[in-house]
Write a protein that binds this ligand. Structure first.
Ligand code: DON
Length: 330
């Protein structure tokens, strides 16, 4: 189906564009060697720092990919976007926002400081660990399995297949998640969790260990760019109101304590994960006439991260693409 769409566009010039994409990946790949993999989760420390891949898909189904686009990696914090959408679908936006705010923190993703400083300890946003753990506890179902199923079912609907699960990464993080346990106990004490601590941690960490490729997250980014509408399968997956809310959160909080710089210098809603994935969603409003003018989803993977937890090479590649294709929403 995608192949037919490609022909409708312009196969000759599109082919050239993919060749450029490959060159840009080559250019930024070496940046990975300046960063580190997220070895606070021991299994992630084994990733190959020089991997870099990208997948882009527009609203006509035209796709472009380069580098290590097909290497599987775990969602990590990109899962925060999906669990937030699932919780809003399950419980409604007002219920969710009663338990988690929509304000950026400027702190590290696993910081505990603001939970105690701002009473009554409501997490600032669902893109930091405290907020995502809270949101995860709100998912439909009484058991961890049922809650996890809410997130899985939504992903399956968006990427058209059941994603795989990385047991090794999950076990590695489960054994070492002391900071997340501390956050969860604090949230429980303040009445924000609707599950037992170990149960919600299991769901949260299992969501983080769901395995995807750049293509999968590009498809999710595309659906977000079309306000919850899947232009490939021609159906509304979630309401526009939820899409607008999560894109606002991605823009202001999606790249952690580098979100301000990312908004200023890249200017599109995006969400990173410590495994090196970046999911970006480009709305249909860039001014330049080009292949991605009607909106697109971008998936990037580059496992070496910077001190904020964002893919070093991935962010630079995204900056470059933004300049070439005029992606910034500003
Ligand atoms: O909870 C954690 O620390 C990880 N499973 C996810 C953190 C993460 O991806 C932050 N990202 N940049």
């Amino acid at each position: 189906m995608f192949q037919q769409k490609i022909k409708e566009i312009d196969p000759i010039s599109d082919f050239k564009e993919e060749k450029y994409l490959e060159e840009w990946v080559m250019k930024y790949r070496s940046l990975g060697m300046k960063g580190r993999c997220a070895d606070y989760i021991p299994a992630l420390g084994e990733s190959n720092r020089s991997d870099l891949g990208v997948y882009m898909i527009n609203s006509n189904g035209f796709e472009m990919k380069a580098g290590d686009w097909n290497v599987p990696f775990t969602l990590q914090s990109i899962s925060k976007v999906i669990s937030f959408i699932a919780a809003c679908l399950d419980r409604g936006i007002p219920y969710v926002l009663n338990r988690v705010d929509v304000e950026p923190t400027g702190d590290a993703f696993n910081s505990i400081i603001r939970l105690e400083m701002h009473k009554p300890g409501k997490p600032f946003n669902p893109m930091i660990n405290a907020g995502a753990i809270t949101v995860t506890s709100l998912l439909n179902g009484d058991s961890p399995e049922q809650k996890l199923e809410s997130t899985y079912a939504l992903i399956e609907k968006m990427i058209g297949k059941r994603p795989t699960f990385n047991e090794n990464v999950f076990q590695s993080e489960w054994k070492t998640a002391n900071r997340n346990r501390a956050l969860a106990y604090y949230l429980k004490e303040n009445g924000f969790l609707e599950s037992e601590v170990e149960d919600v941690l299991m769901v949260y960490l299992k969501q983080c260990s769901i395995e995807v490729t750049t293509k999968d997250i590009a498809l999710i980014g595309l659906i977000l760019s079309q306000n919850g509408y899947d232009p490939i399968h021609k159906r509304q997956v979630f309401p526009k109101q939820i899409a607008k809310l999560i894109k606002g959160l991605m823009l202001t909080c999606g790249m952690y304590n580098a979100s301000g710089k990312f908004a200023a210098f890249v200017g599109i809603p995006a969400k990173s994960g410590v495994s090196g994935g970046v999911m970006a969603s480009v709305p249909a409003r860039c001014r330049q006439k080009n292949l991605f003018q009607t909106g697109c989803g971008i998936g990037i993977y580059g496992p070496a991260i910077d001190e904020c937890g964002n893919s070093l090479a991935g962010v630079e590649l995204l900056k470059h693409l933004t300049e070439v294709y005029d992606f910034s929403i500003f």
